[in-house]
Write a protein of this length. Structure first.
Length: 130
């Protein structure tokens, strides 16, 4: 996919590729083949001028994007705390620091949790004897 810059010249998109290996938290013996999980590659294409500007401001752009995506997966409940640690390649304490930096608590209540609680509370109150 090509984009045209304001000057009219062709601007080839650049790619940021994220490669993560996800392992399952149920693995006790990591030497077993079933514990290796799967490898996922995500490519984000940016116009080269935007990528150059972003890399000037942040030379660790690739790792920062990987961190943001992994934290978002954790926030959505798609990664456990241990899986997040493995994706980031850090220990438990560093994972807690990453979550704190992104204003995410390990046991944050999501809007879906609140909605489910509201439904349950309504059911309980409706069925309560008067």
């Amino acid at each position: 996919m090509e984009s045209v810059s304001e000057s009219g010249s062709q601007d080839m998109p650049s790619r940021i590729e994220l490669v993560c290996t996800l392992r399952f938290s149920s693995c006790v013996d990591e030497s077993r083949a079933s514990c290796y999980g799967f490898r996922m590659s995500v490519t984000l294409e940016l116009p080269s001028d935007i990528e150059e500007r972003l890399r000037r401001d942040n030379p660790n752009l690739d790792s920062d994007v990987r961190e943001l995506y992994a934290v978002e997966l954790f926030r959505q409940g798609k990664l456990s705390f241990l899986q997040l640690s493995r994706v980031l390649g850090v220990d438990r304490f560093e994972t807690e620091a990453v979550l704190k930096r992104h204003h995410v608590e390990e046991h944050s209540v999501s809007s879906a949790d609140l909605s489910a609680d509201r439904t349950t509370l309504g059911e309980v109150l409706d069925s309560a004897p008067e």
